[in-house]
Design a protein around this ligand. Structure first.
Ligand SMILES: [Zn+2]
Length: 135
């Protein structure tokens, strides 16, 4: 199923993408466990963004970055809560984000994101695995 959806690519690329997806899916349960261990409750934000709705990699359709790891099943946005209160800031994700980055060399936290000019463009609830430069 995954392979068919990215069928415009071939061979090695597909295998690598699938391996990255497997890796990400292995790491996400630990991320949620860690959030709970830090005293947070979580809900899902965006996980997979279907290219039929959001466009293929590089294509701007709907909201979100044209080159988004969400389109490759390699990102999740987690909503953090503490004492029933939604925590919408990047700072609230800092501890969890820094922990996530240590879990694998390709693990990326949106709290580090910058715009094209190098200015901070935080996306603190975004947790991903980088693949082919997309994070
Ligand atoms: Zn995201």
């Amino acid at each position: 199923m995954v392979l068919a959806e990215v069928g415009r690519h071939k061979g090695v690329f597909l295998v690598k993408l699938l391996q990255a997806q497997f890796l990400f899916s292995r790491l996400v349960p630990r991320l949620i466990d860690r959030a709970h261990a830090l005293g947070f409750e979580v809900t899902w934000g965006d996980a997979y963004r279907d290219p039929r709705v959001f466009g293929n990699i590089g294509e701007k359709k709907g909201y979100g970055h044209p080159k988004s790891a969400h389109k490759q099943r390699l990102a999740v946005d987690l909503n953090l809560f503490s004492d029933g209160q939604y925590l919408g800031t990047t700072e609230a994700h800092q501890m969890l984000g820094e922990w996530w980055e240590q879990q694998h060399p390709m693990a990326r936290w949106g709290g580090r994101f910058r715009d094209k000019k190098g200015n901070p463009a935080s996306d603190g609830n975004h947790y991903s695995v980088e693949f082919e430069g997309v994070k």
